[in-house]
Write a protein that binds this ligand. Sequence first.
Ligand SMILES: Cc1cc2nc3c(=O)[nH]c(=O)nc-3n(C[C@H](O)[C@H](O)[C@H](O)COP(=O)(O)OP(=O)(O)OC[C@H]3O[C@@H](n4cnc5c(N)ncnc54)[C@H](O)[C@@H]3O)c2cc1C
Length: 322
Amino acid sequence: MHDVVIIGAGPAGLSAAFWCDELGLDTVLLEQDAGIGGQLLSVYNPIENYLGLRAHNGRELLERFSAGIDEADFDLWTNVEIESVDLKAKRIALRSGEELQSISIIIATGVRRRQLGIPGEDEFAGRGVIESATRDRDLFAGRDVCVVGGGDAAAENALLLAEVCPTVTLVCRGKTLRARREFTERLLGTHCITVFTEAMVQRILGNDEVEAVEILREDALKPFQMAVGGVLIRVGVEPNTELFREQLPLDERGYIPVSGDQETSVANVFAIGDVSHPLAPTISGATGAGATAAKVIGSRLNSDRKGSRRGTEQEIAKTGRA
Ligand SMILES: Cc1cc2nc3c(=O)[nH]c(=O)nc-3n(C[C@H](O)[C@H](O)[C@H](O)COP(=O)(O)OP(=O)(O)OC[C@H]3O[C@@H](n4cnc5c(N)ncnc54)[C@H](O)[C@@H]3O)c2cc1C
């Protein structure tokens, strides 16, 4: 029986694990990927908004976050595939056949990039579907590219690609871009960027690499093909909550509602970081929520344990037997 099992080793889960360890709790941290860090692994831009730290990218920040992990006393299991979770019983079954039982569970499974779900999207991953403009810009220099999405991330990536690509076509489903004004003004002022609103990319086409996209505009009857050498997709994120769907009420977008203590509607089950739909999904918010959940669990368990120790001491005093 463990005190806490934490699911997900992004900033939120890591922070919770270090805090639980400091509070003397028997803690297991489960991560589905081969490495820890969550979204930090896909941050290629400098991080300058984590108080007191500046990092060139997410990996550098992760190195700072992981300092001391070898000496910490919590168990970290990576490459873990969870088969099922019984939140009420606090039982977690792994695909490997192992089962974990704990007193509390912390869900820190974060979010993943939403996919378009169109033909060619998975097929051309790494072969023309661009992961990040910051990281891959030089590889796509000189090629015409398409960016899909209408928010800040799409606009920011389009602006970065426009520095090295002859043309950038931004395709957005909505009537207007959702990106902040600073970005939309710069987009409109950049001559090599064309914006198609009320339009959808329906297919990504090519042979060995991306060669074209098929676009359908809302006011057109038929889609048209546009030759491009790269496509970058930024159409938002979605929470990793499939495992808990049957056991927890989720909000309309699939996130986990929590109380001010980060507790879900199931007692002693907590959700922290991006998966709990914070108003501002940030690294500092995620690490703070990890600390909150750990402190709440620590104070509950430690007061239970003190209570039962006191009970035993009273029993011994009464009976004279240890
Ligand atoms: C490009 C980019 C730039 C960003 N820049 C900034 C910035 O400058 N400043 C800032 O504050 N924030 C920034 N963010 C946001 C920040 O990275 C997130 O808010 C933060 O990572 C959230 O941490 P988290 O631990 O809640 O979730 P995540 O980082 O998403 O981690 C969740 C972890 O859970 C694991 N997991 C999921 N499901 C399971 C499962 N079933 N079993 C086991 N493990 C599972 C995942 O593999 C992952 O490791 C940026 C994000 C991106 C993508």
